[in-house]
Design a protein around this ligand. Structure first.
Ligand code: DQA
Length: 145
């Protein structure tokens, strides 16, 4: 199984960015943590991060035929990006949306995800564990469908 883990804007700053909300692990730390779980599941994981909406759309389009599933933290684009939602629908690759924080307990504008309706499900609020849970969820889904 080949899984793309997509990360949106400002997630490159994890570790120092609002640690009370997003924890102290860097994205590189999370990548190591997720790859450790991936090796147990016999899953191949590729991490990608961009601050640019179009680059995330390009990556989703390029995933067609190259990845079986996507785990994505669209970050702020969760709440704004019709383009990312449409890209997921266009490639029709099973995708799990994840968030470090629980977006439903935060500001009103964060409670709305434009991207989640294009996904098979959403995992939100478990810190770095959301990535691991997202990987387990997509792997189970792909094994069963
Ligand atoms: C986030 C939540 C978003 O609202 C925010 O813009 C982020 C991170 C999370 O992982 O909790 O950048 O996606």
């Amino acid at each position: 199984m080949k899984i793309l883990v997509l990360n949106g804007p400002n997630l490159n700053l994890l570790g120092t960015r609002e640690p009370d909300k997003y924890g102290t692990q860097t994205l590189a730390d999370i990548e190591t943590f997720v790859k450790d779980e991936a090796s147990k599941l016999n899953v191949e994981v590729t991490f990608y991060q961009s601050n640019v909406e179009g680059e995330l759309v390009n990556k989703i389009q390029e995933a067609k035929g190259n990845f079986d599933g996507i785990v994505m933290n669209p970050a702020a684009y969760t709440h704004t990006s019709v383009a990312i939602r449409d890209a997921i629908l266009a490639v029709n690759i099973p995708t799990v949306e994840i968030h470090l924080s629980n977006i439903h307990t935060r500001e009103e504008f964060r409670k709305i995800s434009l991207t989640a309706p294009a996904c098979i499900g959403q995992i939100t609020g478990f810190g770095a564990n959301s990535y691991k849970l997202g990987l387990i969820a997509i792997n189970n889904y792909l094994l069963q469908n």
